[in-house]
Design a protein. Structure first.
Length: 703
């Protein structure tokens, strides 16, 4: 309850996700810009503050200002530097001093002589501020305010009007404003699912998803911000199967064989190495080459069929063990250390799949779906059957123990130095489970990053992001036309979706070889690499992409001879590879701060629907990058680009240099309309702009 009725209306706060039910997302070093409608009855001058803090700590404050011609719309900005959970709010009040200042000045300028009462009133406001300063042990400020109050009491109207506008007095009255009747924005939300970390109560009732939890009790609270570490905002991922690290088709590789592949990825500019599941692979119903139902002797099986009670597995052969053929847990720890030494990180796949040989099947059969005949149901996606995988029942009578055990899996690997997890098919598990697991893990390890691999319905993808996933897969893989890309990425980066959903772009995955890559040749790989690397500050490729691998099953978006089912033979430096192109793209991303931001993507016009043109720039326009990409892998495209000079504060007559960072060539352009030529060998330009000043001064740099 407020100690007094609200004196100011604070509404339509932005950003605010679902009324504040879910936190917005920022990364360390990013700004938070908050807007709101703020007004009150009468003619009082209103003052407002944006307040923010790490949860449980003291508030920081910064003034909010009315937006010019904004119809009572206010804006404030703060910076967030620590990987933690923050909360923010707005406090506003009728500012008695500034209301008096305005009233006194108006009457004085109107020529009114009798301002004795108004003078005394102003002195009282300043004296009250002096008392507040004294209560905060600010003796110097208190004495100065007392002196100014005395001058107001004794001054003529002209003197009082002058004193009331002293910069010193205004600053002191801001610091010691009378906020005794201020209004603070609060919100309420239902309690989230909470589990007691004790052995499970066997007959406990499973909760409903968080979005449908009944609001039995509403508690006042503040909007929250999840502030992630910087790699959550800017990173480039490289995925490979460690068992195929050497590129041999006749036998598997080990953790100790992975360093050449990691060093090659580092040389290309990647900073996150992502492994599919590294756990023991089941024997029962093991799949063979190209998903054959029968596995031939010696075939490695599918790593997503997790669990094998192998005698060499110290933790039972489940999700807390590594496959013996890859090495030991000590080998794994060594590899994590080597990756860290290179300034990189390892991401692990968290796949909640169990083979029939997983210890969970034998220790907790109630965690799985039971058939009427007493057998356990295997996974299906008709007409596909996955006899080697048992899905888990998240609403089984012993659900609490299951949720806690799966959370402990993430904590186990986090203790070993793994702080990034790609989660397989999270949309087939309850949203409330993910809110619970992510909350528990990040309470202990705030720096853990979760990537949602949810190629599913848009609302489910959004719900998972709101529940706490740091990154999300997207429909980018299937967006190929200019209109599709423009519409989709405008939604991702320029709507409320940008406040909680971070797009991690993948042009291919072990499961998906898009038709565009199958039929577009090497140019298609150049195009999709450029789009992925420049449309978002977070992207990744699955190994083989740099080699332009495009052999597919007939009429399917799937690799033939997929390494999900076998060891993969590769020449990592095969002719025709695009490693140099990827290396340049990653260097461009590192050297241009505009490429490391998420919400600064803007699309611009061209004369050709087969050419996509867009820009990324920093707030101060000190780094401007223009990207033009052909969407046609077969033909040469010639068109004019419409450069948005007015957005950069430039004139149509201005001359500027565009430096193509892909080819290291430079051109002088004048005006907004300029010609480009794109062909299948060089289907993209990535231009950094520099403005021409004079022959003596050369160029202003926009780096």
């Amino acid at each position: 309850m407020h100690p007094h009725p609200a004196t100011v209306v604070i509404e339509n706060i932005s950003p605010l996700i679902d009324g504040g039910q879910f936190p917005i997302k920022r990364a360390a070093g990013e700004d938070l810009v908050v807007e709101a409608d703020i007004f009150k009855d009468g003619h009082d001058v209103v003052s407002a503050l944006l307040k923010w803090r790490k949860v449980g700590e003291i508030w920081h404050e910064t003034p909010m200002l009315p937006i010019p011609n904004g119809n009572d719309r206010w804006r404030g900005t703060c910076s967030l530097f620590v990987n933690a959970t923050y909360e923010y709010t707005i406090e506003a009040w009728g500012d008695t001093f500034r209301s008096w200042q305005h009233e006194f000045s108006t009457k004085f300028k109107a020529g009114l002589d009798d301002l004795k009462s108004e003078t005394l009133e102003g002195a009282q406001f300043v004296e009250k501020a002096a008392a507040l300063a004294a209560s905060r042990s600010q003796k110097g400020d208190s004495e100065r305010l007392t002196k100014l109050a005395g001058q107001i009491r004794k001054g003529t109207p002209a003197e009082v009007n002058d004193i009331s506008h002293y910069g010193e007095l205004e600053a002191l009255m801001t610091a010691y404003a009378d906020r005794s009747e201020s209004t603070e924005f609060l919100l309420s939300r239902p309690d989230v699912v909470q589990l007691v970390d004790t052995p499970a109560a066997k007959n406990a009732k499973a909760p409903k998803p968080i979005s449908t939890v009944p609001s039995e009790e509403w508690k006042p609270s503040y909007p929250c911000i999840t502030v992630d570490r910087d790699r959550a905002l800017f990173s480039q991922w490289y995925e490979f199967f460690p068992r195929s690290a050497e590129g041999r088709g006749d036998k598997g590789s080990t953790f100790r064989d992975c360093l050449p592949r990691i060093d090659d990825a580092k040389a290309m500019g990647f900073d996150v190495i992502y492994f599919p599941p590294i756990h023991p692979v089941g024997i029962t119903a093991r799949k063979g080459r190209n998903n054959a139902v029968k596995c031939e002797p010696g075939e490695p099986g599918v790593p997503y069929a997790i669990g094998n009670r192998h005698q060499k597995c110290p933790n039972g052969g489940g999700h807390k063990d590594v496959a013996p053929e890859l090495g030991t847990l000590e080998d794994f720890k060594w590899l994590v250390g080597e990756i860290h030494k290179r300034g990189m990180e390892l991401a692990l796949d968290f796949a909640i799949n169990c083979s029939p040989d997983h210890p969970y099947v034998h220790e907790h059969p109630e965690w799985f779906y039971q058939r009427p005949d007493g057998t356990i149901k295997y996974a299906e996606n008709p007409p596909k059957k996955y006899q080697d995988v048992y899905p888990m029942n998240f609403h089984n009578p012993n659900w609490q123990a299951l949720w806690q055990e799966l959370t402990s899996v993430i904590l186990f690997w986090a203790e070993l130095g793994v702080k990034i997890f790609r989660v397989d098919n999270p949309h087939t598990k309850p949203v409330s489970f993910w809110e619970y697991l992510i909350g528990k893990v990040q309470a202990r390890f705030p720096d853990v990053i979760f990537l949602s691999e949810a190629f599913t319905r848009p609302k489910m993808m959004k719900a998972l992001a709101k529940a706490g996933f740091t990154h999300s897969y997207t429909y980018f893989t299937w967006r190929n036309t200019k209109s599709e890309l423009t519409e989709y990425f405008t939604e991702l980066t320029q709507t409320d979706m940008a406040e909680y959903f971070r797009a991690n772009l993948w042009p291919n995955t072990p499961d998906i070889l898009p038709f565009f890559l199958q039929h577009g040749g090497r140019a298609a790989f150049l195009i999709r690499a450029t789009l992925a690397a420049t449309l978002s500050p977070i992207y990744g490729i699955y190994s083989g992409f740099e080699l332009c691998e495009n052999a597919a099953l007939p009429n399917k978006e799937e690799y033939i001879d997929s390494e999900k089912y076998q060891w993969k033979e590769r020449d990592w430096n095969a002719p025709g590879n695009i490693k140099d192109h990827i290396t340049r793209l990653n260097r461009i991303r590192r050297e241009n701060r505009a490429m490391q931001q998420y919400r600064n993507l803007r699309f611009h016009n061209t004369d050709d629907d087969q050419v996509l043109f867009y820009s990324r720039s920093t707030t101060g326009r000190d780094n401007i990058v223009l990207i033009a990409v052909s969407l046609d892998p077969w033909n040469t495209r010639e068109t004019f680009l419409n450069v948005p000079l007015e957005e950069f504060g430039w004139l149509e007559k201005d001359t500027y240099q565009v430096h193509d960072l892909l080819t290291d060539t430079r051109y002088l352009w004048t005006g907004s309309r300029n010609y480009v030529r794109l062909d299948p060998n060089r289907p993209a330009h990535v231009f950094r702009l520099r403005r021409w000043v004079s022959r003596e001064q050369d160029f202003d740099y926009y780096m």
